[in-house]
Design a protein around this ligand. Structure first.
Ligand code: CO
Length: 144
């Protein structure tokens, strides 16, 4: 049994990225690159999450651009409501995602779905906006 109070103090270590859903990641990345001088990754399909991602790096900030991929993309509905795009989720880093899940459950906060592999190939889980001031939260385990 982990020491819940000790883990709780360090549950969220830092903001990992802000995710923005857009209709076209290439167009959105071009603006960040050409107008802001940010570094941008190549578009990368992440089929198990139904998105294509581009990561944008600036000093002190990392932005994940998301475009729907395939049928029933989880961001499709969001884009119907926000056709030009918009902030989709915030991602916080945790040391141990399973411990984080147990602690959050003990506080009455249930994750959406299961822990899965995220865009960085590390385990992630999502928390419902109703529990976090109207914002979808992703937790990402940043080391094993
Ligand atoms: Co994310």
């Amino acid at each position: 049994m982990p020491d819940n109070d000790k883990i709780l103090k360090t549950l969220c270590k830092r903001l990992n990225h802000i995710a923005i859903a857009v209709p076209d990641v290439r167009a959105a990345a071009a603006v960040y690159k050409d107008a802001m001088g940010a570094e941008t990754s190549e578009p990368t399909p992440v089929p198990n999450h139904g998105v294509t991602t581009v990561f944008v790096s600036m000093p002190g900030a990392s932005i994940e651009l998301l475009e729907p991929l395939g049928e029933n993309s989880p961001i499709e509905k969001f884009l119907q409501k926000n056709p030009r795009g918009g902030i989709h989720h915030l991602c916080y880093e945790v040391d141990d995602i399973h411990a984080a899940r147990e602690i959050l459950r003990s506080k009455g906060i249930a994750p959406i779905g299961e822990i899965s592999d995220g865009a960085h190939g590390t385990p992630v889980m999502f928390l419902h906006p109703r529990d976090f001031a109207g914002v979808l939260i992703e937790l990402e385990q940043t080391h094993e």
